[in-house]
Design a protein around this ligand. Structure first.
Ligand SMILES: Cc1cc2nc3c(=O)[nH]c(=O)nc-3n(C[C@H](O)[C@H](O)[C@H](O)COP(=O)(O)O)c2cc1C
Length: 187
């Protein structure tokens, strides 16, 4: 049994070399985690196996992001995202996550995998601003409207979601340029 922690405004920093992996079934129940997952999240393996992956869901995460992740995965595609996760002790940690579906030899999707790495500060800064706007929209108007907002933002920059994330997680110069565009757009 897992209890939701009290959310603390305190960040867990971890090494860039510490890759965090988990696998789920097609409903999002955790079936595998690596050692780094336990170390960073604070949960033991036995606490997590069989539990829905939303155990890590942080209230600052827009629902729309997970909607896109699930839509892509169940359609058989990979997707990346920037995620703020909630650790067992209530602290948070930011990751860049690459999600992918795994198939059996007949081509049926069997499991879903997420590879995560520490998000650099500039990635966090850009994402935080966008997500804060999306969460505020969701609270007032629901998820459809925050998806529409995200789509509008991407359209304005002539980028698909995948292109936007690819740019975002690239090195500094581009991040800096994007961030300044963001700031102009959102005033
Ligand atoms: C392979 C995989 C890994 C996931 N990893 C995370 C994660 O690290 N953090 C998280 O909040 N949700 C993760 N999710 C998404 C959750 O399943 C869930 O959609 C999300 O936490 C939102 O929860 P909710 O639908 O109850 O609002 C993952 C899903 C999959 C398929």
């Amino acid at each position: 049994m897992i209890y939701r922690p009290i959310v603390l405004d305190e960040e867990i920093k971890f090494s860039k070399k510490k890759f965090i992996v988990s696998k789920t079934d097609l409903k999002g129940k955790i079936i595998f985690i690596n050692k780094n997952f336990s170390e960073v999240s604070g949960y033991t393996e036995s606490e997590l196996i069989g539990v829905p992956h939303n155990v890590l869901r942080h209230p600052d995460m827009p629902r729309a992001v997970f909607y896109l992740v699930w839509q892509k995965l169940l359609a058989g595609n990979k997707i990346s995202g920037v995620i703020k996760n909630l650790a067992k002790d209530g602290r948070y940690y930011w990751v860049i996550a690459d999600f992918e579906p795994k198939r059996d030899k007949d081509g049926n999707i069997t499991t879903l995998t997420a590879f995560r790495r520490a998000a650099p500060q500039d990635v966090i800064d850009t994402t935080e601003e966008l997500y804060a706007t999306m969460v505020a929209i969701e609270k007032k108007h629901g998820m459809e409207k925050s998806l529409a907002y995200l789509e509008g933002f991407l359209e304005e920059h002539n980028l698909s979601y995948d292109e936007f994330i690819a740019e975002l997680i690239k090195p500094k110069g581009i991040i800096a340029a994007l961030l300044s565009t963001f700031k102009k757009v959102f005033g």
